[in-house]
Design a protein around this ligand. Structure first.
Ligand code: FMN
Length: 331
C-alpha cells in the first residue's frame, strides 16, 4: 500500500445520504474525512429559502466538513446559490456534471452537459469569477461516448477548479459494468487540476489497487461500497473490520460489527421518526437504507425481502430485531 494519508469522501447519494444519515454515520463510524451533500437544483434568487437549503444548514451538519452540490445550467442561478451557500459559511461548492438520469440529462443538466464543451465553457466563464465559493465538479466519462470527457478536459483546464471528481462510467451505463480504470487513467493524464477518484470502492483491496495504480491521486469518494460496509473507511485506514472506536465523549462503542450496525440503525430510524410524520415515510427511508446495508449480513437477503413488505413501523422494527439477532457480518 502506498505510504499516503488518503482523504476519504462520502459520495452524495440523493434520498439516502441525507443530513440524518450523515449525522448518524459520523456518530458510529470513523475514517471518513469529508462529505458531499446530494445535489440541490439551482433556482432563481427569489426562490432560494432555508427549506431548499435545509440539508446543508450548518446546524444540521455532522461535524465533518461538508461540500454542498448544485445541479443546473443557469449561470446566474448558480452564482446566487453559491452566494447563499457562502453566507452559510461554505467555501466550496460542487457542480454536478454526472447525474445520469434521462429527464435531467435531456435538459442539459448533470451528465447532459458532458457532450457540450462550449456550453460548459460559457457557464464556467460566467460563474468562476462571480462565485464567492471555490468550484469543484463531479463528472462521468460522457453520456454514451467515453471520449466526451476527454474533449471537455481542455475546457476544464482553463478554469481554477478546486477539484474534478471522476466516476469513470458513462451515463448510459448508469451503474452497470465496472468503473473503467483505463478511461480514468487517460483523463488523469491530461487533467491539470486536482483529481478525486470515485467508483466501485467496495473493499480495501480495490481501494489499495486504485491507490497504487494512481499514486498522484490523494482523494477517493466512496458511495455504495461504504453504505454497504460502513466500516470500510476504518478498514482502509486502520486495517481491521469493526474495530473499537472512541466517541468524542470518550465512551467506547460496541466492538462487534453487528452490535455497531444495530446501534447505527437504531440511530437512523429514530432520527427519521423525529422529523417524518407517519409510518410510511419512515419505512420508505429505511427500505432504501437496507438496499445497501443488508449486503454484508449473512441473512440480509431474506431480511430485506421480508421488511420490504412491512406496512407498519412496529412490524418493521420486529423484523429487523429478529434478523439482526441472528446475523453475522460477512464483509
Ligand atoms: C441512489 C443514488 C443517488 C445518487 N445521488 C447523487 C447525487 O445527488 N449527486 C451526485 O453527484 N451523485 C449521486 N450519485 C452517484 C454517487 O455519488 C457515486 O458517484 C456513484 O454511486 C459511484 O460511486 P460508488 O461506486 O462508490 O457508489 C447517486 C448514486 C445513487 C446510487
Amino acid at each position: 500500500m502506498a505510504d499516503t494519508n488518503p482523504i476519504l469522501v462520502l459520495a452524495p447519494m440523493r434520498g439516502i445520504t441525507t443530513m440524518h444519515y450523515r449525522k448518524a454515520f459520523v456518530r458510529h463510524f470513523k475514517g471518513l474525512d469529508l462529505e458531499m451533500a446530494p445535489f440541490i437544483s439551482t433556482v432563481s434568487a427569489e426562490r432560494i429559502n432555508p427549506k431548499l437549503l435545509k440539508d446543508v444548514l450548518p446546524e444540521n451538519n455532522s461535524g465533518l466538513p461538508l461540500i454542498p452540490q448544485l445541479i443546473g445550467n443557469n449561470p446566474d442561478d448558480f452564482v446566487q446559490m453559491a452566494i447563499a451557500l457562502h453566507d452559510l459559511g461554505y467555501e466550496e461548492v460542487n457542480w454536478n456534471l454526472g447525474c445520469p438520469h434521462k429527464p435531467i440529462r435531456k435538459k442539459r443538466r448533470g451528465s447532459g452537459l458532458l457532450p457540450h464543451p462550449e456550453l460548459v465553457d460559457s457557464i464556467l466563464d460566467q460563474i468562476c469569477d462571480r462565485s464567492p465559493c471555490r468550484i469543484s465538479i463531479k463528472v462521468r466519462l460522457g453520456v454514451s461516448d467515453k471520449s466526451e470527457l476527454l474533449k471537455l478536459i481542455p475546457v476544464l483546464n482553463r478554469y481554477p477548479l478546486s477539484e474534478v471528481i471522476i466516476h469513470p462510467r458513462t451515463a448510459e451505463q448508469m451503474y452497470d459494468g465496472t468503473a473503467d480504470l483505463n478511461a480514468f487513467e487517460e483523463a488523469l493524464k491530461i487533467l491539470q487540476l486536482p483529481v478525486c477518484y470515485n467508483g466501485d470502492i467496495n473493499n480495501r483491496a480495490f481501494f489499495q489497487m486504485v491507490e497504487s495504480r494512481f499514486p498522484e491521486v490523494g482523494r477517493f469518494m466512496l458511495g455504495r461500497g461504504l453504505l454497504a460496509n460502513p466500516f470500510l473507511c476504518e478498514e482502509i485506514k486502520v486495517g481491521t473490520a469493526g474495530t473499537a472506536v472512541r466517541s468524542g465523549a470518550g465512551t467506547h462503542r460496541p466492538t462487534n460489527p453487528i452490535e455497531r450496525i444495530t446501534a447505527f440503525h437504531a440511530d437512523v430510524v429514530s432520527s427519521y421518526e423525529a422529523v417524518l410524520h407517519g409510518d410510511h415515510p419512515v419505512l420508505g427511508k429505511m427500505k432504501e437504507f437496507w438496499t445497501y446495508q443488508a449486503t454484508h449480513l449473512s441473512n440480509g437477503r431474506p431480511m430485506f425481502k421480508k421488511l420490504k413488505k412491512a406496512q407498519r413501523l412496529s412490524t418493521y422494527k420486529a423484523i429487523v430485531s429478529e434478523f439482526l439477532a441472528d446475523a453475522e457480518w460477512t464483509a
